[in-house]
Design a protein around this ligand. Structure first.
Ligand code: NAP
Length: 225
């Protein structure tokens, strides 16, 4: 049923993206996307060898031209089942402490970095006649939080984007899904003291398993509300 179909995962070199790649690799070829080649290469080495392939592509999801070229090259050689827009970043401070660079980084990575791969995949999915897009959001896309104003703004944007596509693509054979989860213990928090006790967070492996189980073309997946 899943013969030689591929799942593309942005931000697949670490954290939730890598955990999702391991889940989907049970039935699919997986292609990890990220900016850091050493990290992607290292991640690929950690997979168990099966008849399903694990590959990677270096790509900055905020650069539309790069995204288009990389996705086109994948679609030329593979049947793509699902694009997971997982790459994301968060800088957690009071609004007045954020620099222009911090704000741009969150807006560009989380919003453009979801819209560009989705747009590129859409035209290629249309040629294939089917496809799925899963957008990794956060409970920060459901409600505002202290010191998360711009991060929440970026995640609310992806929620609006995904909810609109659920309506826009109805009946097209292309299925968008928004995923909302709470905190996970990943490298996301390495440079931050926003979370005081990381041991209270869920593991990305546990969250990835729940997402994989619930992935049935529904428009929304809630891991935490
Ligand atoms: N951790 C949490 O508590 C939590 C909770 C809810 C939602 N989320 C969301 O979950 C997603 C995954 O985060 P994570 O927790 O797994 O953190 P992570 O380990 O830091 O993963 C983020 C990944 O995105 C990649 N990335 C960042 N900017 C990129 C760009 N411009 N182009 C391509 N790749 C880029 C990073 O690799 P490179 O730097 O090498 O490119 C990294 O592998 C994010 O969307 C995050 O907002 C996280």
């Amino acid at each position: 049923m899943f013969l030689n179909k591929t799942v593309i995962i942005t931000g697949g070199g670490s954290g939730l993206g890598l955990a999702l790649a391991r889940q989907y690799h049970k039935n699919f070829n997986v292609c990890l996307i990220g900016r850091t080649e050493t990290k992607l290469k290292q991640a690929v080495k950690t997979f168990t060898k099966t008849d399903k392939k694990v590959t990677y592509k270096v790509c900055d999801v905020t650069n539309e031209e790069q995204v288009l070229n990389v996705l086109q090259s994948i679609f030329t050689n593979e049947q793509v089942h699902l694009l997971i827009n997982n790459a994301g970043t968060g800088i957690f401070q009071p609004l007045e402490s954020l620099s222009e660079k911090d704000i741009k980084c969150m807006i560009e990575t989380n919003i453009y970095g979801t819209i560009y791969p989705t747009r590129a995949a859409l035209q290629l999915f249309k040629k294939q006649g089917y496809g799925k897009v899963m957008n990794i959001i956060s409970t920060a896309g459901l409600r505002g939080k202290v010191n998360e104003s711009v991060y929440c703004a970026s995640k609310f944007a992806v929620r609006g984007f995904t909810e609109s596509l659920v309506k826009e693509w109805e009946g097209s054979g292309i299925y968008p899904t928004a995923v909302y989860m709470g905190g996970m213990d990943t490298p996301f928090w390495d440079e931050s003291d926003h979370i005081k006790d990381r041991s209270r967070l869920k593991s990305p492996e546990m969250v990835a398993e729940l997402i994989y189980e619930k992935d049935d073309n529904r428009g929304e997946i809630f891991i935490d509300r």
